[in-house]
Ligand binder design. Structure first.
Ligand code: NDP
Length: 418
């Protein structure tokens, strides 16, 4: 049915590519293109023998012209950006230039947060909007008119969170509520990899996210709090009791716009004490900094150096045992009555590893990346412009999640988070 150019060949992309190959009726042909071509070739080798025709290429997606040249030579129906958020805008520019649909799994943030033009816009946004995360949707929403005029679609953030969590919200609104009052997104990783400290996905992106101030949406505005200063305990199905902390998260920004009348949206993620102790220490000594320093005549970025020391997230797969449980708890009204509802997925690290050779964090992101791409390639989601997941009909996406490895469960009597 279609031909996809997949940019990136890391932890998440590897799962998405496995899933595309399982779904060869839709993904007849794919090209895996990344900065390090040897990784693309190794994955192609592993997946050869299936029905999907795989090609590989080297590309530096920070360079728009390289992406344009690749799109022009491969002529894909869709570009799947599963590299890093740093590349979102160059890849969107290339898609616009070539008239090709685009999707990604995380919204834009710059690699260099000291770059003056970006910094000025960031400081203005912090003041006007009231949250200080380095990532936000404004940069990609600014492409809306251009994508509309070009008659192409950009689907933003089709991972688990963002991604599936927004499909859950759209589904709850369509089928379970007349009005949603509150949404609590709960992201629990009950997995244990046996290391004192490691990150489950790209360390730089992960550590930036969790060391930033938390924030939530309440009564029409952002409330910002110091990092990790709101803690709750929750008893997660199939995982058990875990401490979780309120974080800023990108889907809150789009949900606040797209769920009419919503009064509060919060995001919580579980962390173990060892992870938090290590992170605090690394932050205190400056290892989480993205500002380059000069070390013995060579410029290094502390967080990138740290990344080189930490275990590669891809290597955690065989060691990680336990389950993830990610979902959304809703309160609101249906037919004039108060109602609560919980939609969630439980995913087993070892089962994921058996199936695709990755742990559940990459799996829970890679499957929805394939599913989002499938929605675009099959024309089920098709409107020109730039959209997040909750802006489309959730039903075909939810059905595909059940089919392709992330079945959801529901509860009408969830314990609420205070
Ligand atoms: P990895 O670091 O494992 O992989 C990133 C890949 O992108 C690597 O193959 C890397 O190449 C490639 N890459 C980096 N820079 C460039 C470039 N300039 N040009 C071409 N390729 C490049 O990251 P993950 O797989 O963990 O994460 C992928 C994405 O998924 C990220 O955007 C992350 O934020 C997002 N994510 C989303 C989640 C969600 O639920 N929505 C959850 C988890 C992650 P090389 O091998 O050379 O380094």
């Amino acid at each position: 049915m279609g031909r996809a150019l997949i940019i990136g060949c890391g932890g998440v992309a590897s799962v998405a590519i496995h899933k595309c190959c399982q779904n060869s009726e839709v993904f007849e042909e794919i090209m895996i293109a990344s900065r390090t071509k040897s990784k693309c070739d190794a994955l192609k080798e592993k997946l050869s023998g299936g029905k999907t025709k795989i090609e590989t290429a080297q590309v530096d997606a920070d360079n728009k012209d390289e992406v344009v040249a690749l799109i022009k030579s491969y002529k894909p129906d869709l570009v799947m950006n599963i590299a890093l958020p740093y590349q979102d805008l160059t890849i969107m520019d290339a898609c616009l230039e070539c008239g090709v649909n685009y999707m990604d799994t995380a919204n834009y943030e710059p690699e260099d947060i000291e770059e003056p033009q970006w910094r000025a816009a960031y400081e203005k946004r912090c003041k006007e909007e009231g949250f200080s995360a380095y990532f936000d949707y404004s940069w990609q929403w600014a492409y809306k008119k251009k994508f509309e005029d070009a008659g192409i679609t950009a689907l933003l953030g089709s991972g688990f969170d963002p991604g599936v969590t927004q499909a859950y919200c759209a589904y709850a609104l369509k089928h379970e509520f007349d009005e949603i009052d509150t949404i609590d997104i709960l992201d629990c990783n009950g997995g244990d990899h046996g290391y004192a400290f490691a990150t489950n996905f790209n360390p730089e992106i992960n550590l930036r996210e969790v060391s930033a101030p938390g924030s939530y949406w309440e009564n029409g505005h952002w409330v910002e709090i110091p990092a990790m200063s709101i803690k709750r305990e929750y008893d997660f199905a199939e995982v058990g009791h875990k401490d979780m902390y309120l974080l800023h998260h990108e889907e809150i920004e789009s949900l606040a716009k797209n769920i009419p009348g919503v009064k509060r949206i919060r995001f919580f993620m579980t962390f173990g004490q060892s992870y938090l102790d290590h992170m605090r220490c690394l932050e205190d000594v400056g290892m989480l900094s993205t500002t380059p320093i000069n070390y013995e005549g060579k410029e290094i970025v502390p967080i990138q150096f740290l990344k080189a020391l930490l275990p590669d997230p891809a290597s955690l797969g065989p060691r990680t045992k336990g389950k993830t449980n990610i979902g959304c708890i809703f309160t609101g009204k249906k037919d004039g009555k108060e109602k609560k509802y919980y939609l969630f997925n439980v995913c087993d690290h070892q089962e994921c590893y058996k199936e695709v050779g990755s742990q559940a964090i990459s799996y829970t992101t890679g499957v929805p990346a394939m599913v989002g791409a499938m929605m675009l390639l099959t024309g089920k989601w098709n409107k020109p412009g730039v959209y997040t997941v909750e802006e489309f009909d959730p039903d075909p996406y939810m059905e595909a999640l059940n089919k392709w490895g992330l079945p959801w469960q529901e509860s009408y009597e969830p314990v609420l988070v205070d």
